[in-house]
Design a protein around this ligand. Structure first.
Ligand SMILES: C[S@@+](CC[C@H](N)C(=O)[O-])C[C@H]1O[C@@H](n2cnc3c(N)ncnc32)[C@H](O)[C@@H]1O
Length: 386
């Protein structure tokens, strides 16, 4: 039987009753900032054993439907000898199921309170020897070796986390991830689809993505505003022979205006200037690195930078002098491959690889300070916050 906490108003009591989760030894009460107006009551309850106040800012929506949890584990094809990496285990609903199927589970959780709660649940079952806990931000943590990833991740870090996994140095068989539905659709999108963007093309270069199932918001506690989907990402055995760091910088430029033609994007004065500076080994005007080109993909229209066709934004006259011939070179590359009037959102990765090789043959290269392996610096064009 669930017990109603005595001192609360009835409506709040109902809410908390719905949100009670059982542990073996006690109870966990889970409520949200927005649900509980009486902060004093919350403070008092936080001192009780087993109470965790779930934080929206950390994406703390716990997956509570056992059927969904079981199906995620089943679909992940875990072998008894596997080490599974779980990002954001929360109170451990999925972790306990993973421990039944795998030899070892490594969890990376940012919230100390969750780690304490989870560790207790696991110890109560005598499984602590098979669990490794890393209490850190998953984007900053160094992951140990693992065979698989299975996780209901915080949606706010989906994009850099997927990048960290698929462009990281640790080989793994697959990542079964519960993601925000829209984000999953982007990962699954093909050239020409409205959701197709830089994230999709970058991931497709190195991995296959399979749709598994949609998950209703009602399967979470508390109920989020968005629906979710499970996908499986499988790194490819062989990937194209391309410098991934350069590919990263190249797609950042191509998709900086995903619905503009490549001609319009590459011929913008700022882009020409950046590429020219790189070709001269001078870095960008905004950073001090020699070979760095830190494109800002959010919005970098020339006009907003205070630039005009006379180029009064740059005083470097040697660059100005070389600019028009360099621009012609860029135009020739685009035209030689028929890319001038193409939009990046309609191009396959093969076509983009071809364009990059044409640029390289013409001696034009792309560099980016935000390397894919450094997930903290990664800024995919996609926004994935719920
Ligand atoms: C959506 S909840 C999932 C909880 C649990 N896996 C479940 O399904 O019930 C996300 C979890 O990720 C944790 N988290 C949020 N940001 C994180 C980060 N940057 N690194 C590691 N964990 C994070 C949250 O504290 C929370 O426990």
């Amino acid at each position: 039987m669930l017990r109603r906490p005595a001192s609360l108003p009835l409506c709040l009591n109902r809410l908390i009753l719905r949100q009670q989760l059982r542990t073996k030894s006690g109870r966990q009460y889970a409520a949200r900032d927005d649900d509980e107006d009486d902060k004093k009551i919350r403070k008092k309850k936080e001192n009780q054993e087993g109470y965790i106040h779930l934080k929206k800012s950390r994406g703390q929506h716990l997956l509570t439907n056992p059927r969904v949890l079981d199906s995620i584990v089943r679909k992940s094809n875990i072998r008894p000898t596997d080490t599974v990496l779980e990002i954001g285990p929360g109170t451990g609903n999925l972790t306990l199921k993973l421990l039944e199927a795998a030899e070892k589970v490594v969890v990376v959780e940012i919230d100390k309170r969750m780690v304490e709660f989870l560790s207790k649940r696991v110890s109560e079952r005598g499984l602590e020897n098979r669990l490794t806990v890393i209490c850190k931000d998953a984007l900053k943590a160094e992951f140990p070796r693992f065979d698989l990833v299975v996780a209901n991740i915080p949606y706010g870090i989906s994009s850099p986390l997927v990048a960290k996994l698929v462009f990281g140095d640790i080989p793994f068989r697959s990542a079964t991830l519960l993601l925000q539905k829209e984000f999953a659709r982007r990962l699954l999108a093909n050239p020409g689809d409205s959701e197709f963007n830089r994230l999709a093309v970058n991931v497709k270069l190195v991995a296959e993505v399979e749709f598994v199932t949609d998950v209703s918001k009602r399967d979470f506690l508390p109920c989020p505003k968005v629906d979710s989907s499970v996908v499986i990402i499988r790194p490819k055995a062989e990937i194209p022979n391309v410098d991934l760091d350069e590919w990263w910088a190249f797609t950042r430029t191509c998709f900086s205006k995903k619905n503009k033609t490549l001609g319009a994007t590459f011929k913008r004065k700022k882009k020409v200037m950046e590429l020219l500076r790189i070709s001269k080994g001078m870095g960008t005007k905004d950073d001090n690195s020699v070979n760095g080109c830190n494109y800002d993909c959010s919005d970098d229209e020339d006009e907003e930078e205070g630039m005009n066709d006379e180029g009064d934004c740059y005083s470097s006259s040697c660059l100005e002098m070389g600019m028009s011939s360099f621009k012609e070179k860029i135009v020739r590359v685009l035209q030689s491959g028929g890319f001038d009037d193409k939009r990046p959102s309609k191009l396959s990765k093969e076509e983009l690889l071809h364009l990059l090789s044409l640029f390289n043959q013409a001696g034009i290269h792309f560099y980016d300070l935000a390397k894919p392996r450094d997930a903290g610096n990664v800024a995919f064009a996609a926004s994935d916050s719920p």
